[in-house]
Design a protein around this ligand. Sequence first.
Ligand code: ZN
Length: 192
Amino acid sequence: MVLEVVKYGHPVLRQPGARVEVVTDEVRKFAADMVETMHAAEGVGLAAQQVGRAIQLFVLDVRDVKDRPSTLEIGGQTTDVGSVMPMVLINPEVTPLNEPATGLEGCLSFPEIYAEITRPEAVEVRGWNERGETVAFRCGGLLAKAVQHELDHLRGILFIDRMTSDKRRAIQGEIDALMAATKTELAGAKAR
Ligand code: ZN
């Protein structure tokens, strides 16, 4: 089932996610719906907050992005990124491995807003998959960027918080307009 993606201005985007204590069938169904929603929106990642639920779960699929490569290492072995996509990560912990690099990012909760964001180029990730099994891997490139962008969502941090102040000033009008539109929509939904 495709879920509704909430836009900036919805308060759930600022809520830190609760830890998932047990991966139940309900959580698995929710994760599958999130993958379906991410694919429908043509995104490379989606966090639970973006579909209105503040828990520590996100989904990724960077398979189809050819111009921004990703690297993946599992147990010290270089692994084909496509073999683990789409990926569900629950209660993730992320450790930076090297120097920051700058790359263009967008966000499904900020339609048509893009910005250069600086983050570590490679990270180590630990978490659970949709079966509640522990997974651990190292990744770089787009996959590392996406992991860090989605991890931020789980903490209530948004990519506008990580833009340079110049960029933020340049698009403040667009951000304010988006927030106002979302608030109006939420007020309307409440009134109905
Ligand atoms: Zn996002």
